[in-house]
Structures are given as structure tokens and as C-alpha cells.
Design a protein around this ligand. Structure first.
Ligand SMILES: NC(=[NH2+])NCCC[C@H](N)C(=O)O
Length: 411
């Protein structure tokens, strides 16, 4: 049955969402690779899986279907016999160019059943799994001391938010910024290309992973059927936002205003959704660290220009006024992470206190550890569904980062 795709807001009732259950890839983190792989600690696999399952349950209890990236990729490959194409591409994108090594890896992956093959690509392939030493002088002489993996693990895959974004009835398949995550969006491309429920006319691709500018889904918020907010961040460039704007303004959809919000280019705030999320039609979480002392910010608004093919850009500094205007709301409530306290705010922001996922207007899923922010949300009339977070939070992402909505019910 063809799937329905439609995302016209951050808060409309969530009906279908894509997750990735953390797998062996998180056990393939070690202290010497952790930083490059964008983790601050090593999650304990059985507990991170339990916590992730609790997240999936909370989503289902609140009316959403949950589908898994790893299962969709396997189904997509089986439907179109895409195995060889994906294996060749992932080997290429893993920077493996020595023929003997390529052949050994390709034989190894293709000898597995589809699900194991997909899980293994995601978990990474250790060098000692294959008998490379006895067959490749090229590898023996080119390798680096640290080559523990022929294919590096992809521990960030459970942050499905970032690799692609459903916008209206179509999708942006994102070109990722760092080496550690570049290959991840290939899995979404595979689903869009081969999966019977995704491919073809039913899913227009607004922008694909071959673009030469980077954009990540954590930066993209769908504020309403015609307004997007996109962070200009460590991961998303102004040029990428402009490209996406041109594509969206051109095509048959309703987006007509894009707010490009500049945020600090630092790890703790790598995406807009780590400092700003929508919790109700007129309420948002915000980390006070993105505003200056007089609460000013730098925001560019992009709109279609009257001149064919051009874009109109205007500059704004007051987030509240701009949101009132574009969302047609008399008031906007910005709820500060950690209550704005100089210790609680940065502590809870670090553990994704501002990274809420709305399952319907005024109902959000959050991490239980951020009790100051959660209490404040409740005091502001928001219903908060807490999930356990000891291990999930170690990679610096919360409920919004771990979810890629496919369908929200429009009014
Ligand atoms: N949408 C998000 N905020 N995602 C968080 C991603 C965290 C991940 N470790 C990274 O650095 O890429």
C-alpha cells in the first residue's frame, strides 16, 4: 500500500515516524575514535536499547506508527535486488579503493541475508574479520596504524532526524557535514529509490544528497504549512538553505517563508533543534544562550521574489515579533531551557532539555533527566511524556533528533 507523506507542522498529531534502534554500531565506539564519531561517551548497549524501546512505546501510546530505518532498507533491497548497488556505493563512500579489499568486503557483505548485511554495514566491519593481510600488499603498506575497521561504524544512525526531512508531501535527503555521518543518508536514498511504499511519484525529492552544500534535519523545523525555520549552524550553510528555498518555492507546494536563524557554531548547539523546538501553536522551548543580552538574534527571512527565479531576503532581530507575524498569533510564549538558570540551563541544554518532540499540540516527549525544563513546560500548560535517558543522551541528541516524522495529521 503506498504510504502517505505529509508534514505541515511540528506539532500536528504524529501518525507515522521513522526510528533506528541503536545496534552494534554503538559498541564499536572506543575512546580513541569517540570524538571523531561525534560521541562524548560509550553507551551501554542493552540499556540504550531498552530506553529506545521505551521511546518507541511512548510514540505508539500517543497514536503514532513506528517504522525502523534498518527494516525499511532491507525491504527496499529485497524488493528490487538492490544489494550489489548499495554494497558498491557504501564501499566507495567508505574510502576503500584497493581492489582486493573491495572484493573481500563485497563478498563478505553479499554472503549474508539482507537484514544481517544491512546491520553489518551500519555496525561497521572490523579489519580482523577478513583475512586481508594474506591477500593485499596494497592494504598492508597503505594502512594507518589505527585501521581497526575496514568500514567505520555509524553510531549516530539512531538520530534519524538528521539524514532526511519530510517537508510537505516531499522529502529532502540531506547531504551531511562530517565524515562520521556522510554515509548515513545513503540508507534513506536507498529507501526512496527502491522501497515500493516510498519510490516514484508518491515522494518528490526537493533536494538530494548529491548537492555540494550541507544541510541536516536537526536544523529544519516546519512551523506551519507555509513557514519553515532553518538553523544557520555548524552543520547547515546559508547556501544550502537558499538552494532548498529555490526548490521549494518553485515546486507545487505551499512553503512561502523560510526563516534562516543564525545560531552559535559550537558542538553543544550543533542544530537548531538543540536550542529551539515548537511545543504548541504559540509556544516554543528556547535556550537563552542563542539570544544576546537584549534578546536580539540574527534572522533572515527568505520569500519568493516578484522577479521570476529570484529570492527576496530581509533581516530581522526579534524572534518573538517575527513568529507572531508569520504564524498569525497575538502572543508567543518562549519557554527557557532550565528556566534560564545559569547552571540548570546549560546543564539541561547539554542533555537536550530543549529538544522536545511534539506528538500533538501541547503534548511533548522529553528526557526525564531534564526535570527543571520539564517542570517549567508543565507550568506553562504543556503535557510532558518523559522517557528514560541515561544512555540515549550520550550522543548529544534528544527525542526530536531520534525521530523522523513521515506523517502528521493536518486539521
Ligand atoms: N537533530 C539533532 N540535534 N541531532 C543530534 C545529533 C547528535 C550527533 N552525535 C551529531 O553530532 O551529529
Amino acid at each position: 500500500m503506498p504510504r502517505l507523506f505529509n508534514i505541515n507542522s511540528e506539532i500536528d498529531p504524529l501518525k507515522s515516524v521513522l526510528l533506528k534502534r541503536p545496534g552494534r554500531e554503538v559498541e564499536n565506539l572506543i575512546p580513541s575514535t569517540m570524538e571523531d564519531l561525534l560521541f562524548d561517551d560509550i553507551p551501554y548497549l542493552p540499556i540504550i536499547q531498552q530506553e529506545h524501546d521505551a521511546f518507541a512505546e511512548a510514540l505508539k501510546d500517543n497514536g503514532s506508527e513506528v517504522v525502523y530505518l534498518e527494516e525499511l532498507v532491507a525491504e527496499a533491497l529485497d524488493a528490487q535486488q538492490g544489494h550489489q548497488t548499495l554494497v558498491d556505493q557504501i564501499i566507495k563512500e567508505s574510502g576503500i579503493y584497493i581492489k582486493d579489499v573491495k572484493d573481500a568486503l563485497s563478498d563478505y557483505l553479499l554472503s549474508m541475508n539482507t537484514k544481517d548485511m544491512v546491520d553489518t554495514m551500519m555496525a561497521g566491519v572490523r579489519t580482523d574479520k577478513l583475512d586481508i593481510q594474506s591477500r593485499s600488499l596494497g592494504w598492508l603498506t597503505d594502512r594507518q596504524d589505527q585501521d581497526l575497521f575496514l568500514m567505520q561504524p555509524m553510531p549516530n544512525l539512531y538520530y534519524t532526524r538528521d539524514i532526511a526531512s519530510t517537508l510537505g508531501k516531499g522529502m529532502s535527503i540531506n547531504k551531511m557535514t562530517y565524515e562520521a555521518r556522510k554515509r548515513e543518508s545513503l540508507f534513506m536514498e536507498t529507501i526512496a529509490r527502491y522501497h515500493p511504499d516510498f519510490k516514484g511519484d508518491q515522494l518528490p525529492i526537493w533536494r538530494d544528497r548529491n548537492s555540494d552544500t550541507t544541510i541536516e534535519g536537526g536544523d529544519i523545523l516546519v512551523l506551519s504549512e507555509d513557514v519553515l525555520a532553518i538553523g544557520v549552524s555548524q552543520r547547515t550553510s546559508g547556501r544550502a538553505i537558499e538552494e532548498l528555498a529555490r526548490s521549494l518555492f518553485d515546486k507545487q507546494n505551499k512553503f512561502r517563508k523560510i526563516l534562516a536563524i543564525e545560531i552559535p557554531h559550537v558542538r553543544a548547539m550543533m542544530h537548531l533543534d538543540t536550542v529551539f523546538t515548537m511545543v504548541d501553536k504559540d509556544a516554543f522551548t528556547i535556550h537563552p544562550g542563542i539570544q544576546d543580552l537584549d534578546q536580539k538574534m540574527s534572522i533572515y527571512m527568505l520569500e519568493p521574489s516578484k522577479v521570476e527565479g529570484q529570492i527576496k531576503v530581509s533581516h530581522h532581530t526579534d524572534l518573538t515579533d517575527l513568529l507572531k507575524d508569520v504564524l498569525n498569533m497575538p502572543e508567543i510564549n518562549l519557554i527557557p531551557c532550565g528556566g534560564g538558570d545559569p547552571i540548570a540551563a546549560p546543564r539541561e541544554q547539554w542533555n537536550d532539555g530543549s529538544n522536545t518532540l511534539a506528538v500533538k499540540p501541547g503534548v511533548v516527549i522529553t528526557y526525564n533527566r531534564n526535570y527543571v525544563s520539564n517542570d517549567l513546560l508543565r507550568k506553562n500548560g504543556i503535557k510532558v511524556v518523559e522517557i528514560p535517558s541515561s544512555e540515549l543522551s550520550r550522543g548529544r541528541g534528544g527525542p526530536r533528533c531520534m525521530s523522523m516524522p513521515l506523517l502528521r495529521e493536518s486539521e
